[in-house]
Design a protein around this ligand. Structure first.
Ligand code: ATP
Length: 242
């Protein structure tokens, strides 16, 4: 493949609990690279550090040591304003907890990032996206009135509406039924075919087996990185832990 877009080098993340002597290492010397257009999955047992790793790579959480380069820019050397702009313009994030503004309607949630970065808002495209993802309520519905699966669909459609280069997704299909899960997976796959890069944390081994590469995390370290992963190989690496 080649054409590297993200380079993670020797990152660690420590947190201090209570007094300063009580440190926990959540991420322990992780290095890897991601190519443009790659569909990468991050799998591993619960509590192994997957979300922590995703937050560090996407510019949300500064590592204790190590660097994250995005298109050769060391993102944590940027000023907070520049980092915020880079995230707004290049990065889309589908959060595990959706991160939607509950008092606002669906449409406003989907267009907020576009407004902030002064991008054109195409109402028909937004409606099309919601339809394509089998979202049944109206775009005028308030977020607080939606089910978990519907909120997840809005969070996904919101990212698809922005023209970002890299999409980070933390359990993007966790709350979805099997038909919607398939739809979301194929949409993410289509995006990589258009040259966008997708990095997805998932517990869904079957879905991870259909990505280009599965990185298996255990105790904050990379246990293995499987190109052309299969369910059997991933399960073997995880040793039955989910
Ligand atoms: N701010 C924090 N303070 C204390 N512990 C934390 C903090 N953030 C994460 N942890 C702990 O660090 C470990 C890794 O958390 P993380 O959410 O990254 O794991 P994960 O692999 O994504 O888990 P899951 O699959 O259950 O979502 C967990 O044991 C978690 O409880």
């Amino acid at each position: 493949m080649g054409n590297r877009i993200i380079s993670v080098s020797h990152i660690t993340k420590e947190i201090v609990l209570g007094n300063s002597k009580n440190k926990i290492k959540l991420i322990d010397d992780i290095s890897f690279e991601i190519n443009k257009g790659e569909f990468l999955s991050i799998v591993g047992p619960s509590g192994s550090g997957k979300s922590t790793l995703l937050n560090i790579i996407s510019g949300l959480s500064i590592p204790t040591t190590g660097t994250v380069n995005l298109e050769s820019q060391d993102i944590y050397k940027l000023s907070p304003t520049k980092l915020a702009r880079l995230r707004r313009e290049k990065i889309g994030f589908i959060f595990q907890q959706y991160n939607l503004l509950s008092a606002l309607p669906v449409f406003e949630n989907m267009t907020l990032q576009l407004r902030l970065s002064h991008q054109k808002i195409d109402k028909d495209q937004i409606e099309q996206l919601l339809k394509h993802i089998n979202f049944e309520p109206k775009s005028t519905a308030r977020i607080e009135s939606l089910s978990g699966g519907e909120k997840q669909k809005v969070a996904i459609a919101r990212v698809l509406a922005t023209d970002c280069d890299i999409i980070f997704a933390d359990e993007p299909t966790g709350a979805l039924d099997s038909v919607s899960r398939e739809k979301v997976f194929s949409m993410l796959r289509e995006l990589t075919q258009l040259g966008k890069t997708v990095i997805m944390v998932t517990h869904d081994i079957e879905m991870a087996s259909r990505t280009d590469r599965a990185v298996i995390i255990r105790d904050g370290k990379i246990q293995n990185s499987l190109s052309n992963p299969t369910e059997t190989l991933i399960l073997h690496e995880m040793g039955g832990d989910m």
